[in-house]
Design a protein around this ligand. Sequence first.
Ligand SMILES: C=C(O[C@@H]1C=C(C(=O)O)C=C[C@H]1O)C(=O)O
Length: 385
Amino acid sequence: MVPTSTAPATPVETTARYQRGDFLFATARRALLAKGSVGTVTDTDPRRLARSVAEELNRSGVPLAVGALPFDTGPDTTTPGHLVLPRTVHRAQAETAASASPPAEDLPAPSATREVPSEAGHKANVLATVAALRDRDLRKAVLARALDLDFETPIQVERIVRNLAAGNPRHFTYAAELPGGRTLVGATPELLLSRAGDSVFTTPHAGSMPRSADPGADRANGEALLASGKDQEEHAVVVEYVVEALRPFCRRLDVPAAPELVSTPAIWHLRTAITGELTDRDVTALDLAAALHPTPAICGTPTAAARDLVQELEPFDRGYYAGTVGWVDASGDGEWAVAVRCAEIASSTMRLYAGGGIVPASDAQAEFDETVAKLRTLLGAMGLD
Ligand SMILES: C=C(O[C@@H]1C=C(C(=O)O)C=C[C@H]1O)C(=O)O
């Protein structure tokens, strides 16, 4: 039996113990830090992966598994879901959450930066997406771009993680090892799904507007988002999908009639908090994540056609960006967050990603600006603008 310690440490102290190679999933009120590995389970089919993980947890006595699913879990994917059975697990809880603070730890500036594609290229892709929605009869597709940063020295992932957690205390700061020696790090507001006993909870986010340093302009941006028909439509597509995907598993689903306005330090969002009651306790959090992913918050509707479109237009593989990251335990409980506001880090290079939902009423400049705001979560944690 692998020891699970409720470490005599606060969530912030637990987060501070993260070292590259560990798995971290933490807010300022709750942290899970997993170290080492007694086994890994990988599979390109997320449903089969979920079954293998449940079997491994039963067989090994390891209390939980941690890891990530990639964006592309379609039939032709070559990128596997990757879960680790850790050697030790530290969990911490706190009654009160710290408030956000600016990055405390310095990081070097990059020696080179590349936008993939360029600003003009992304705007052209937005227009091409709008045209394709019409031609291929899609309601929505989520288009992303990447930003590559090169450094002269190895990237200090620990510092980025601590700065992310300090700057985003209400959201999920995460770090997970990926195949090929890369590390996924980010801070996301969006829960794909959590399961605790027979309760399920999900918070689809869709519809976004940048925050502003000027309080009046900031408030106006939030109000404009709530009043925007284009963003309400972008959001409704996601809620409809999530409800349809969860319904077969639930005896009860509570779905608010309208989304609420929420924010991260970088961006305003529309969010709907959905709760449900599971019919069958044998369905694990990872089974549910596999059934829900990819939602139209990060892919589009219909799913396969939207995935094809973004793969045609985006000049890169999304890897684990817009996938899901989290944990599942031997009882089937777990939490899976949508892996956005993140980067994949190699030794001295990293790729940041940001995207946004495109609907027929989308505007290329506004969509570009939205990705700039979304990139600020990671750039801010690195002391960059
Ligand atoms: C795709 C991203 O975020 C997603 C897209 C959103 C949108 O289009 O409004 C909002 C939240 C996320 O579900 C990203 O951050 O890269």
